[in-house]
Design a protein. Structure first.
Length: 67
């Protein structure tokens, strides 16, 4: 038996409507990932700055204070 043309059209129509929802969900997921990456980058920058501050304060205490 051959499927009726209206059946195929209904399937394509349903796929079209579902694709809009899937696209919106993918966009929301992408935005969430960008926010997560920005937060992670901010934490890494802060950690690196603190490590450098500790390093230079140690150098200051060992090199300049004894002088």
């Amino acid at each position: 038996m051959r499927p009726h043309m209206w059946d195929i059209r209904n399937v394509f129509e349903l796929a079209y409507f579902a694709s809009g929802t899937l696209l919106a969900l993918a966009a929301l997921y992408g935005i969430q990932q960008v926010r997560t990456v920005k937060k992670d980058l901010s934490m890494r920058v802060e950690r690196a700055a603190k490590e450098k501050a500790i390093e230079y304060s140690g150098r200051y205490l060992t090199a300049f204070i004894p002088l």
